[in-house]
Write a protein that binds this ligand. Structure first.
Ligand code: SF4
Length: 356
């Protein structure tokens, strides 16, 4: 393994010299962000190769307007709010689910099935599932919506904040940050959508896309492959995670998403409104749409005062460039979602960055 790491490092170094210009690679997966920091890979790379973290953390990309819509529900005493743990500390305009938990019924769940079970167990309250995440978690949400429909469970609904990664990558390259030379594509999302889905980024934008796993060797070999393509001037789609990711992805998961959701325009933190980038329940399942049931709006919100998460998510700044980093904003007292989430870029920089 060490031979392969050394070889990849040598290839990266040679590529940086050959190209004679800085190379910018963006990872669009929160797990990659953390894996890169934790392994110390950054410190082994030549100065000419810059790694940027993109919109790959599902909690972080969730727009402020969605967070505030969830917090609106804490004013009701007829609801149980079921959420994954990472969402609970994300600050809204007025507190967070954690700070509201004293007067609202907020439950952390490990799965969408747990949320549906809460509805079965609490027939006199409506369970609202805070459904965020990319294509990785959307199938599990779709399954419980279908189950709720089949079982006639009326006291269950979701607030869909599910997002699609490809429209975000297109939006970045179309204006938000066209400095990105190549993408290290997300391993988990690729399991669902398939490596082949990234071909449109290669074809339409001429950027290398390499799907990699999360081991240090896989990441560094992915970077070496990107460098090879840039030197050759031939952007390609390549998966070096073929033991897990197929070209076509998980077609059963894709089918259940398509059965329950439509693509819709939606808001992203930092990236703004992106066409056909979010998932909304299909007409036949609209009774499970929490926005409709409670008259909530999912209008765009702005980052909280001083927080620059939007720019961090677009790779426009590094967390240290935010004046609040490490002072007013720490994992203990986060100001923005990028410091809350275990996959957030600011949290990763805070925890590991100073070692790099
Ligand atoms: Fe937002 Fe905190 Fe990151 Fe600044 S350091 S961008 S306030 S999360």
């Amino acid at each position: 393994m060490f031979d392969r790491i050394a070889k990849a490092q040598q290839q990266i170094g040679e590529a940086c010299q050959t190209l004679g210009r800085p190379i910018t690679v963006m990872e669009v997966c929160g797990t990659h962000t953390v894996a890169i920091f934790r392994s110390g890979i950054r410190s082994t790379l030549p100065e000419g190769l810059k790694l940027l973290s993109g919109p790959g953390c599902p909690v972080c990309v969730t727009d402020q307007g969605y967070i505030d819509a969830v917090l609106e529900l804490t004013k009701r005493d007829d609801c149980i709010i079921a959420t994954y743990g990472d969402m609970i500390r994300v600050p809204g305009k007025a507190g967070s689910l954690e700070t509201r938990a004293a007067r609202a019924d907020v439950r952390i769940v490990l799965s969408s099935e747990d949320a549906l079970q809460l509805a079965r167990d609490n027939p006199h309250k409506t369970v609202v599932f805070v459904a965020v995440g990319f294509e990785t978690t959307a199938p599990a949400t779709a399954v419980v919506v279908k189950e709720a429909a089949e079982e006639g469970i009326e006291n269950f609904c979701i607030l869909s904040g599910h997002k699609l990664i490809l429209p975000a990558m297109r939006a970045l390259l179309s204006g938000m940050n066209d400095r990105v030379d190549a993408f290290l594509c997300p391993g988990h999302v690729s399991v669902i959508i398939g490596a082949g889905a990234f071909a449109e980024i290669v074809d339409d934008f001429g950027r290398p896309c390499v799907v990699a796993g999360f081991e240090p060797l896989q990441i560094i070999e992915g970077l070496a492959e990107i460098c090879r393509q840039l030197c050759a001037g031939k952007p390609e789609l390549k998966s070096i995670y073929s033991a897990v990711v197929t070209d076509q992805g998980n077609t059963a998961a894709q089918r259940i998403i398509a059965k329950c959701f439509d693509d819709a325009d939606g808001y992203w933190r930092g990236l703004g409104k992106i066409e056909k980038s979010t998932l909304v329940l299909k007409e036949g399942y609209r009774e499970f749409d929490g926005f409709k049931r409670f008259g909530l709006t999912d209008e765009p919100g702005e980052d909280l005062s001083g927080c620059r998460c939007g720019e961090v998510l677009c790779g426009l700044i590094e967390p240290m460039q935010c004046a609040l980093f490490g002072s007013q904003c720490t994992p203990h007292r986060p100001v923005g979602p990028c410091m809350v989430s275990s996959e957030g870029t600011c949290a990763a920089w805070y925890k590991y960055g100073r070692r790099d």
